[in-house]
Unconditional design. Structure first.
Lengths: 206, 95
């Protein structure tokens, strides 16, 4: 309420925020790690069905999305260099490119999932119960849960980056105070690293 | 003060790492196209691990951070590895 309360906002500790972000990333790693273990166990129990089901996935679209995420990881990494050199225009452009690439990733995902749905492959589908073996149903269940959860992370990452862009515009984040930008980068690289494992496990090993 | 506070990574480093990551991606696609049976899985996971290592080291700045963050990350991965090994020991010996 009083004027004096407004002066207190300089609790800036980049190292502490970084540790906080890493601790959060650890929980994310264990979340996806648990799903990867479920995947490996079911794959071990149903090797032929997983092999067969993975052939349904389009390696090309998976590879395109891998390239998109890798490039977007580089652009957001470069933005921390740009902000330290006080090149704010370049920082904003690099972040904008990252968000656009994330959007393109989601568009690809939309078409990919759409094609699966039109073939009657979706969670709870009657067609899958009739035509598919238990192992194939498991594969597609994991496919939708894991890529869906990953896509949710992409959406959250986009919101996070756009939020940081606003802060940079208002210069609340600047060349001496950019922990928030670094943390959004760490989050985005996490999303990239998860996809680095999802891509071979679902698309390549068939 | 500034150089002590933060290491500015040159743009070129990021570009080189991206190119290496892309090459590794295409190599892993090419390798999994060859039928190698069980080796395909091992090969794909090997490439994914190398790629993640590069992302962690350069993009996520572990190379430039204080060592304790690297130790924490290593510890979490070690726990994860132990859980995988224990899970598979269980399934493998169930017969």
């Amino acid at each position: 309420m009083e004027q004096t309360k407004h002066v207190e906002h300089d609790h800036y500790d980049p190292e502490a925020s970084k540790i906080g972000m890493w601790l959060f990333i650890f929980t994310e790693l264990l979340l996806f790690g648990g799903l990867f273990i479920i995947y490996s166990v079911y794959r071990y129990l149903n090797p032929d069905a997983f092999h067969l089901a993975a052939e349904e996935l389009d390696t090309f679209i998976g590879a395109v999305n891998t390239v998109i995420l890798l490039v977007s990881s580089m652009t957001i990494a470069m933005s921390t260099t740009a902000i330290q050199k006080q090149n704010y225009r370049l920082t904003q452009w690099l972040l904008a490119i990252t968000v656009i690439l994330a959007f393109v990733f989601l568009v690809n995902k939309y078409f990919e999932w759409g094609a699966k749905f039109s073939h009657g492959i979706y969670p709870g589908s009657e067609h899958m119960l009739e035509a598919f073996s238990q192992g194939e149903i498991l594969f597609f269940g994991l496919y939708f849960v894991m890529t869906g959860l990953h896509a949710l992370h992409i959406v959250i990452g986009m919101v996070f980056i756009i939020w940081v862009m606003f802060y940079i515009k208002k210069r609340k984040v600047h060349h001496n105070r950019f922990a928030l930008l670094e943390n959004s980068g760490l989050y985005w690289h996490l999303v990239d690293a998860i996809w680095i494992f999802l891509f071979p496990l679902f698309y390549l090993i068939s | 003060m500034s150089e002590e506070k933060h290491h500015i990574v040159p743009y070129k480093t990021y570009l080189v790492i991206l190119l290496v990551l892309l090459v590794l991606t295409f190599v892993s696609i090419a390798i999994t196209n060859i039928e190698l049976g069980e080796l395909t899985v091992a090969g794909a996971l090997f490439f994914a691990t190398v790629k993640t290592f590069l992302v962690l080291t350069y993009f996520m700045h572990l190379k430039y951070d204080k060592p304790y963050i690297r130790i924490m990350v290593g510890f979490v991965f070690a726990i994860f590895l132990v859980v995988i090994i224990i899970t598979f020991l269980d399934y493998y010996y169930r017969a």
